[in-house]
Design a protein around this ligand. Structure first.
Ligand SMILES: Cc1cc2nc3c(=O)[nH]c(=O)nc-3n(C[C@H](O)[C@H](O)[C@H](O)COP(=O)(O)OP(=O)(O)OC[C@H]3O[C@@H](n4cnc5c(N)ncnc54)[C@H](O)[C@@H]3O)c2cc1C
Length: 530
């Protein structure tokens, strides 16, 4: 039974894992490289007087069990639902709004196709039903190949859950796991705006076209959460995403977790193929019974573990483990709200408080991907803009605003140039892209900070700038996340575990990898089950 544990990284999953271990009586130390907890879920001041979530910016996947166990609401966490979910300017100069109730969304969609409006309830029911299954599976450790007989009950129970589904739902599930987003959406809808608004979820953090087989799964991944009990909704954490991880750190400290900031880990120490603790960059060594790595699997096994302690096949597979989500993130301080050509006005309105999608069709998204493959970034990029200060005035001075720009389809590495060299040119392009839809935007920018894939790796340790710690493709999901044979959160080195987004159920601020990893570690303490 482990008595001491080290968690490498104080990202939200590291905090969740540490919390459950400490609550079970283990003495836990977290070693975090940065001077702040939270990993990719942090709030920082990026321009004098303007604060925002630096990387992740919207919440839905955070599991309610973790919210309750860590008493995050009691610690002040408040999550607000947006008045409508999305606003999408269309190619013909109009717009589509989603959210605010099914009837209202149907009326909006009917502007483009009555048939699509009629199809919406069944589409949402389908996503809901499949989302329920994913929600269940997300809290469970996937069946793990080497567990043999011990893993059999798990494989049977999860297999049975799927086998008991009506055949139409099994077909839907198969479609969503294997098909492209366009194939799935075209089977339901005929008009471009609704396909684009729904299909956007398929390419968020996914360096792929909506025509790439398997992209429909990423769409599904973005729908299995919820806000304050409302399934599938996305919301805003008051104070930014850092409010979540600050509350988590409080919960950790209450159960005795020691958090060491500015303490980058250089290496996992081993003896006779067992992890024995960590060596910090500072030269100090901290021994412990187990080590749980919150960093992504590629970083862990290529940088922090002695390659000699891994077998050749594992080393090769980790070298080929796919990272690079093709994302570019900006925080922008604004003197006024954008006035859209298709819906003018700078007075706060519901569309300003929604996820604003600047990518009018699936064809546009496909072109963005192919262009980025050829050129390094898309010259007509996909931008989602959120203006959190419309629902949370604490982020900006009175009357002014902060905008999060989440831009998709840039190459993780450039040919013949570096990201530090190209960053500001690409940032200008992102501003121009918004300006094309809202002509007062560029002039309203008071300050900006831009994070290319290279910056995401430098700042957060996200290899290839991958927001999910690795592609969410069929070959890197569930029983194969991160690699077949290691889906049980155990590394191929005894006493070394993985507890970050590179494990099931993957990326996003869910806390689930941290929760599930802690449960696997605690299986050694037989009486503890949660
Ligand atoms: C730009 C961007 C936008 C996103 N948007 C959203 C969103 O809106 N909603 C959502 O749900 N998800 C979003 N995501 C995804 C989500 O934020 C991540 O998947 C999630 O935060 C991963 O959490 P984690 O705890 O597993 O790892 P991380 O948050 O990556 O934490 C890992 C920690 O390890 C630390 N570390 C690295 N190397 C070392 C070392 N050698 N020694 C010690 N510590 C080390 C890092 O500093 C970091 O604190 C976004 C991510 C990014 C980058």
């Amino acid at each position: 039974m482990p008595r001491t544990a080290i968690v490498i990284g104080a990202g939200h999953n590291g905090l969740v894992c540490a919390f459950y271990l400490a609550r079970a009586g283990i003495k836990v130390t977290i070693c975090e490289r940065r001077n702040i907890v939270g990993g990719a879920a942090v709030t920082e001041e990026f321009h004098p007087g303007f604060r925002n979530s630096v990387a992740s910016y919207t919440v839905s996947l955070l599991h309610e069990k973790i919210i309750a166990d860590m008493k995050l609401h009691e610690r002040g966490l408040k999550i607000l639902e947006r008045p409508i979910s999305n606003f999408l300017p269309t190619e013909d100069g109009g717009y589509l709004k989603l959210g605010g109730g099914l009837q209202r969304t149907q009326q909006e969609v009917a502007k483009f196709s009555a048939k699509d409006a009629a199809a919406l309830p069944a589409y949402y029911d389908m996503l809901d039903a499949i989302g329920d299954i994913l929600r269940d599976l997300s809290l469970q450790t996937p069946p793990n190949q080497p567990d043999g007989l011990l893993g059999l009950p798990r494989a049977l129970s999860q297999g049975n859950r799927l086998r008991r589904l009506p055949i139409d739902q099994q077909r839907n599930l198969l479609d969503l796991f294997t098909k492209s987003a366009r194939d799935v959406l075209t089977a339901w809808f005929e008009s471009d705006p609704i396909k684009a608004a729904l299909g956007f979820d398929a390419i968020v953090g996914n360096y792929a076209s909506p025509d790439t087989p398997g992209s429909a799964y990423v769409l599904l991944h973005h729908t299995f959460g919820g806000v304050n009990g409302k399934k599938g909704a996305w919301g805003h954490a008051v104070g930014g995403m850092g409010a979540i991880t600050q509350a988590m750190a409080q919960a950790c400290q209450e159960v005795g977790v020691k958090i060491l900031l500015d303490s980058p880990v250089k290496q996992v120490t081993t003896h006779n193929t067992r992890a024995t603790g960590v060596l910090l960059e500072s030269g100090s060594e901290i021994p412990s019974d187990i080590v749980a790595a919150n960093v992504g699997p590629k970083l862990l096994f290529t940088k922090l573990v002695d390659p000699a302690s891994l077998d050749e096949d594992f080393r090769k597979r980790i070298a080929n483990y796919k990272v690079g989500s093709g994302t570019f993130r900006m925080n922008v301080a604004l003197s006024e709200l954008p006035s859209f050509t298709c819906l003018p006005g700078t007075t706060p309105a519901e569309h300003h408080a929604s996820g604003i999608i600047l990518a009018p069709t699936l064809d546009y998204m496909d072109r963005a991907y192919t262009d980025a493959r050829a050129h390094g970034w898309s010259r007509a990029p996909i931008v989602e803009m959120l203006i959190p200060s419309t629902v949370d005035p604490s982020l900006a001075p009175p009357g002014q605003h902060v905008a999060s720009l989440f831009c998709q389809q840039v190459a993780p590495t450039l040919q013949g140039r570096t990201w530090p060299d190209a960053r500001e040119e690409v940032a200008d392009l992102m501003i121009e892209t918004v300006n094309r839809h809202a002509p007062n935007f560029k002039a309203s920018v008071l300050g900006r900070v831009s994070l290319s894939p290279w910056d995401l790796e430098e700042k957060f340790g996200l290899m290839g700038g991958d927001i999910m710690h690795g592609h969410m493709s069929l070959d890197q999901l569930w029983a194969t996340r991160p690699i077949l044979g290691h889906a049980s959160y155990r590394a191929p080195i005894a006493n070394l575990y993985m507890c970050g987004a590179g494990t099931h159920p993957g990326g996003g601020v869910s806390g689930l990898p941290g929760h599930n990893a802690a449960r696997e570690i605690l299986r050694k303490k037989k009486h503890i089950f949660f």
